[in-house]
Design a binder for this molecule. Structure first.
Ligand code: UDP
Ligand code: MG
Length: 313
């Protein structure tokens, strides 16, 4: 009998939890019916929900004390922290990360298990085809994001990959060994390496409730992803700064020579003003990039825990 830990972050998901539990249990009944022997271990993480999520998790845990466990945070720490807590707590031989809203199809699990057990993969990830109900602008921005992160960072992050994946114990141990406070899971999964296979599937609507992501949150997430896994923006700032310095030296030589040869003139102040404005903007931009990194360093040096557990079972 092999155990599979299912890490399930939940933030205000009172309507989804039972639907999720029933759907996944059904899938495992099917797997074991086919002769395999896999025991699911549900590791729910209540990420500071303000609705009945925790009560429902407690009820479920009481009904199935052997297979259902939960961790409850002292406040909302975000999905990345919830995943970190789940991975820290997971004890299974294989470990899956799944959203509770059934957008991560449980029906893929048998194939994912087969790929790891029989074809020797360490990890099976998932990619969703075009998101139904996703606006054009979001789709465009997310494709840009993957382009940028691909050119800038050393790790290869699969475009449109979801967090939904199944991993071996060894890979999970490698992930939990990473000490960083700023966690960008998509990058971390890619960074630790291991032989990974991606399954593509049609994206699903939410089982209940609404998404927790606004456009501005997605922007911040994208910036985190780039900054956490790349120092290319700093390099870019150096290059752009160097290039504009070179241009201004050329301009200076030109102005001095012209003044010496033709004589002084006050004409040309519009160009002067625009150059000053442009350089000012450039400097602020570069300062912003520096600030992003310093902010990250600041958070890392505080060495605060990634999450605070209020109760667990
Ligand atoms: N989630 C969480 N903490 C948060 C936001 C979301 O644990 O602060 C969980 C949420 O309950 C769900 C998963 O993360 O299980 C994905 O969230 P959501 O469905 O809102 O994201 P989307 O699928 O739209 O990317
Ligand atoms: Mg979702």
């Amino acid at each position: 009998m092999r155990t599979i830990s299912l890490i399930v972050p939940c933030y205000n998901e009172e309507e989804s939890i039972m639907l999720f539990y029933d759907a996944v249990t059904k899938v495992f009944t099917g797997i074991n019916h086919a002769g395999e022997r896999y025991q699911p271990q549900y590791q729910f993480v209540n990420d500071g929900s303000s609705d009945k999520t925790l009560e429902i998790l407690k009820q479920l845990q009481e009904q199935h004390p052997e297979t259902v466990h939960y961790i409850s945070f002292s406040r909302n720490f975000g999905k990345e922290s919830a995943l970190a807590a789940g991975l820290d707590a997971a004890t299974g031989d294989l470990v899956a990360v799944m959203d509770v809203d059934l957008q991560d199809l449980p029906e893929l699990l048998p194939e994912m298990i087969r790929l790891i057990e029989e074809e020797d993969y360490d990890c099976v990830g998932t990619i969703q085809k075009a998101r139904r109900g996703q606006s054009r602008i979001r789709a465009f921005l997310s494709s840009r994001f993957y382009k940028v992160i691909d050119t800038m960072s050393q790790v290869k992050i699969e475009p449109n990959a979801r967090d939904y994946r199944l991993m071996t114990r060894q890979m999970v141990d490698s992930i939990t060994a990473l000490p960083e406070y700023n966690r960008f899971s998509k990058g971390i999964f890619a960074w630790v390496g291991y032989k990974t296979k991606y399954l593509t599937y049609e994206s699903q609507p939410r089982a209940a409730g609404t998404t927790h992501w606004s456009l501005s949150m997605l922007f911040n997430y994208a910036i985190d992803g780039i900054i956490d896994f790349s120092d290319a923006p700093l390099r870019l700032a150096t290059w752009v700064g160097g290039f504009s310095f070179f241009l201004s030296i050329c301009g200076l030589i030109f102005v001095v020579l012209r003044a010496l040869i033709i004589g002084g003139s006050v004409a040309g102040w519009p160009s002067l003003v625009s150059i000053i404005l442009m350089l000012g903007g450039l400097q602020l931009f570069c300062l912003g990039i520096l600030g992003e990194y310093i902010g990250k360093i600041y958070l890392e040096t505080k060495q605060r825990p990634k999450y605070i557990v209020k109760e667990k079972k």
